[in-house]
Write a protein that binds this ligand. Structure first.
Ligand code: SF4
Length: 448
């Protein structure tokens, strides 16, 4: 029984799609407890920050909210603020207790919880706000069993695993999310089928390294990896037209997954394959166990199946000890491989990672920035070159939004497309668009 009603909540989400997907599960719990969503934390009685620590800037943005929250609490004594996500993790023995650090740095915080402990959120809120409901949640064995609140049926994000065993030297994820934990195929399929029945046509699988997916219910006699088994099953679900997945690791990408391109109807001609650096010596320091040659070989295999496949990647500039020569290797790699989109980031040291403990962050911020700008300029041109091929052709756009007189969405290659339209019913529809022009990052056209 609720003793208080109409309390308002707001969740601020940072970081990757995994966090956005987790947020949808937190929303389910809060709404079962009768909290109502509001679009800004200024209006809320409960604020939850779902945090990211991959970059220092993301962590700083959270700590920057300390002051505004203190002011809001003076105005609204009911306001409670909680933190979950990557900033809250088990004491690794290396960095001390993350909870204490958060409370010390941001005294306005009332509570923290690991996302894996989402089942205990109702108890916490009951004590703080005397809210009831969601009793069944506390009985659940895993937070994955909580159904997500569907905020976007056009593209659904489904976590298939959490955590990572790789320990790339720059990355904090294994410390924040812990080691690989995989959901069973049957559980994921139930979620996919439920979404498909409600009208979802594009499934986005998320996990830190989807190629190391190891559920307990995969067929051990199959020559396919468990991830491939999952992809085959999802492709057969009525209504599913596109499958995307993030993130793949070049070291673990198997030929069985590559073989599905061109075979399964819903495998889109786009692959995000994070290389991080184009230099073997830098990859070694990053503790990435593949070579540039292996990365190129994977791309060649993909292009042999789908010549115009879109390949995107991640690049870090200014990693510990990165020389100008090593940076040029990255620059040349994106050109040689005709990468059409790169998420470029300037290296920022993350406490207790292998790099922070054993290497010097010795590339100055100015150099990191200058390299960031140089490679971003190259990527701009590579994107322009890639997009030109679509001009005059017809592409299939899954419409994500209609605003300011334009409908926009992605084609199968994950390129942003837009055309003039003002009917909001187009959202979630597939529209064929004749491409009339290509800009730096967008294709423009008209429906046909
Ligand atoms: S594969 Fe490397 S970069 Fe990716 S989550 Fe794991 S440790 Fe981090």
């Amino acid at each position: 029984m609720n003793t208080t009603t109409h309390l308002k909540y707001h969740i601020k989400t940072y970081g990757c799609q995994m966090n956005y997907s987790d947020t949808e599960r937190v929303m389910t719990v809060l709404e079962k407890m009768n909290y109502e969503p509001v679009d800004h934390y200024n209006k809320a009685d409960l604020v939850i920050l779902n945090t990211c620590m991959v970059k220092k800037s993301a962590e700083n943005r959270v700590y920057g909210l300390g002051e505004p929250f203190a002011e809001l609490k003076e105005k609204n004594p009911k306001l409670r603020i909680g933190i979950t996500g990557c900033m809250i993790h088990k004491d690794t023995g290396l960095r001390g207790d993350s909870k204490e650090k958060v409370f010390r740095t941001m005294p306005t915080i009332d509570f923290v919880f690991r996302i894996k402990d989402l089942m205990h959120l109702p108890d916490m809120l009951h004590k703080m706000h005397h809210m009831g409901g969601a009793d069944e949640v506390s009985e659940m064995k895993s937070y994955f069993h909580i159904s997500p609140k569907i905020t976007n049926l056009t593209q659904v994000f489904i976590p298939i695993m959490s955590g990572c065993n790789n320990f790339c030297s720059f990355c904090i994820v294994p410390f924040t999310r812990g080691r690989n934990e995989c959901r069973d195929i049957a559980e994921i399929m139930e979620e996919v089928e439920k979404m498909a029945k409600r009208g979802a046509t594009e499934v986005n699988f998320v996990g830190q390294n989807v190629n190391t997916y190891k559920p307990t219910d995969a067929n051990p006699d199959s020559s396919d990896s468990p991830f491939t088994q999952l992809l085959r099953k999802v492709d057969a679900v009525k209504g599913i037209q596109r499958i995307r997945f993030y993130t793949v690791h070049p070291q673990d990408m198997g030929d069985d997954v590559i073989a599905l391109y061109g075979e399964l109807k819903s495998m889109v001609p786009h692959l995000h394959l994070p290389v991080q650096s184009g230099s073997n010596s830098c990859l070694k320091r990053m503790n990435r166990h593949y070579s540039v040659e292996r990365f190129k070989e994977l791309i060649d295999k993909m292009r042999a199946k789908i010549p115009n496949i879109s390949i995107s990647t991640d690049i870090i500039t200014g990693f510990c000890g990165e020389t100008e020569e090593e940076f040029m290797d990255s620059l040349n790699l994106v050109k040689d491989c005709k990468i059409d989109l790169a998420y470029v980031s300037k290296y920022s040291e993350r406490e207790n990672t292998l790099a922070a403990r054993t290497m010097e962050d010795d590339v100055s911020y100015e150099v990191k920035k200058e390299r960031f700008e140089r490679i971003t300029d190259v990527m701009r041109q590579l994107s322009v070159d890639y997009l030109k091929q679509f001009v005059g052709k017809t592409v299939e756009v899954l419409v994500e939004k209609v605003e300011k007189g334009y409908a926009s969405g992605k084609n199968p290659e994950f390129k942003l497309c837009r055309f003039k339209a003002d009917d909001p019913k187009l959202v979630g529809e597939y529209v064929n668009m004749k491409v009339t022009d290509s800009k730096e990052w967008v294709l423009e056209g008209e429906p046909v």
